[in-house]
Design a protein around this ligand. Structure first.
Ligand code: GDP
Ligand code: GDP
Length: 437
């Protein structure tokens, strides 16, 4: 089920990305080395009061060479098209500007709920500036300070109120939803065709050709599947759809809706930064992942080539070490027969549930072999109990004396022990430390 989406809009410099970063918090740091330096990240999952949602910073969607006013227009359009709730941000210190009124005009036309945040009101003495913003006709302005983290809770409270009620599951629970992600031209559509065994989708050499297939259900050997084709999800005729950021956004939406993500890489061209970014999101979203290296037919190879390519992928996608790699060719269909069995396998792993007593025996053994760490004061981590609280992704809670003592390296060690014993191929594993009372 896809999560509700909040989009942040507003003219430049009102503090959109500051607010985005605040709301998203530490999540950004997982796969990106320099958070905040460039405005790379415009989409993330986040949480407020146990409600999970996705958030878009539309300010990061830039259309080359368009004048400012047009940029703002497209950004508002993305928000209107993609979001469930729009957070319209203005600068409280500057008062209402003509550009704010422009944005407000665009937002009047949507039926989507709009929440108005008046930013840069860093302390209470500034709150009287709020009243002027009633004039925008958007409703009750909420005083916030992105850089001080003030009022964001109020803003999110208001946004969450407008989230759509529980959406219905689109498919049967047993149906495996597959998304294919990867940059243009790696062969996603060709692969979809190859899987479906028919030329349903138009394939061309031009990246970004409009295609109209969206979700394609099919069944094989008694298993139901749905292919979510990201290319087919484009909104035809919108100016912003050709931007890289927007196509990433679409990929991320597909990831959210799927169980198994096929991260398609191009054997001919190798890996690029964009691949890493998208793959990082699949990891964060907790989906099962398979790294599919397509166009393997087009590579000149000897007996070392596959291993070399594999090493390169492993080095670039360190956090995806659990994801199997499959080399194939959508064109010649070589090794394609391994794909769906692998999809089944990772899907099963993603939903695997380990019995508590077996898990605890494993943890006891692991601790015996490699004692838990101590902090500088000599205080040792003690694990009382471990239990799996969720599947898809498999999530384990460790009850310990002090969660701070569970360092990354020991967590990693425990994860590897769990992986050695159970087949969690393709599935990310989450281990959370909780203080035992
Ligand atoms: P965007 O273009 O709308 O994404 O705006 P940015 O997030 O890049 O912020 C523009 C400038 O406003 C930066 O220098 C921020 O540090 C500053 N800023 C953002 N939020 C606040 C705030 O709450 N108070 C103050 N005083 N400055 C802020
Ligand atoms: P998409 O943009 O990722 O959906 O990529 P397409 O499926 O449209 O493929 C882009 C181009 O790569 C087309 O010209 C395809 O014919 C070609 N292509 C796709 N798969 C393969 C493959 O396995 N081998 C080779 N040699 N070419 C391929």
């Amino acid at each position: 089920m896809s999560k509700p989406v909040i989009a942040i809009v507003g003219r430049p410099n009102v503090g959109k990305s500051t607010i985005f970063n605040r709301i998203v918090g530490e999540r950004i740091a997982i796969v990106e080395d320099k958070p905040g330096v460039t405005r790379d990240r415009i989409y993330s999952s986040a949480e407020w009061l146990n409600q999970e949602f996705n958030i878009i910073d539309t300010g990061g969607i830039e259309i080359n060479d368009e004048p400012l006013m047009m940029q703002m227009r497209y950004q508002a359009e993305v928000a209107i098209d993609e979001a469930d709730v729009i957070c319209f941000i203005v600068n409280g210190r500057e008062g209402v500007t003509a550009a704010d009124e422009e944005v407000a005009q665009m937002l009047f036309r949507t039926k989507k709920p709009v929440v108005l945040g008046v930013n840069k009101l860093d302390d209470h003495t500034m709150h009287e500036r709020l009243y002027e913003f009633y004039g925008l006709g958007i409703g009750e302005p909420i005083a916030i300070s992105g850089s001080h983290g003030i009022g964001l809770g109020d803003l999110l409270d208001e946004a969450v109120k407008h989230f759509p009620k529980e959406k219905h599951e689109e498919y049967d629970e047993d149906t495996i939803k597959i998304s294919l992600i990867g940059r243009p031209n790696v062969g996603k559509s060709s692969l979809v065709n190859a899987i479906l065994g028919e030329e349903r989708v138009i394939v061309s050499n031009i990246p970004g050709t409009t295609r109209d297939a969206i979700d394609t259900p099919f069944s094989k050997d008694g298993q139901e599947y749905v292919v979510i084709d990201t290319a087919g999800m484009r909104k035809k005729g919108k100016v912003y759809e050709s931007t890289e950021k927007y196509s990433v956004l679409r990929a991320l939406k597909a990831i959210d809706r799927s169980d198994v993500v096929l991260m398609v890489l191009n054997a001919e061209e190798g890996l690029i930064e964009q691949d890493k970014k998208i793959a990082g999101y699949a990891h964060e979203a907790g989906r099962a992942v398979i790294l599919v290296v397509n166009k393997w037919d087009a590579v000149e190879k000897d007996d070392k080539t596959m291993k070399e390519f594999e090493d390169k992928i492993r080095a670039e996608f360190l956090y995806l070490d659990y994801a199997p790699i499959l080399f194939l060719s959508a064109k010649t269909k070589r090794r394609l027969q391994h794909l769906l069995p692998l999809v089944n396998e990772v899907s099963e792993a993603h939903n695997l549930r380990v019995q508590t007593h077996v898990l605890n025996d494993l943890i006891v053994d692991a601790v015996t072999m490699n004692p838990t760490p101590t902090d500088s004061g000599g205080k040792r981590l003690r694990i009382s109990y471990c239990t799996q609280v969720a599947v898809a992704p498999p999530t384990f809670i460790l009850f310990v004396n002090d969660p701070e003592l569970l360092h990354f390296s020991y967590k990693r060690y425990l994860e590897n022990r769990i992986r050695d014993t159970f087949s969690f191929k393709g599935a990310p594993i989450r281990i959370i430390a909780r203080k035992k009372n």
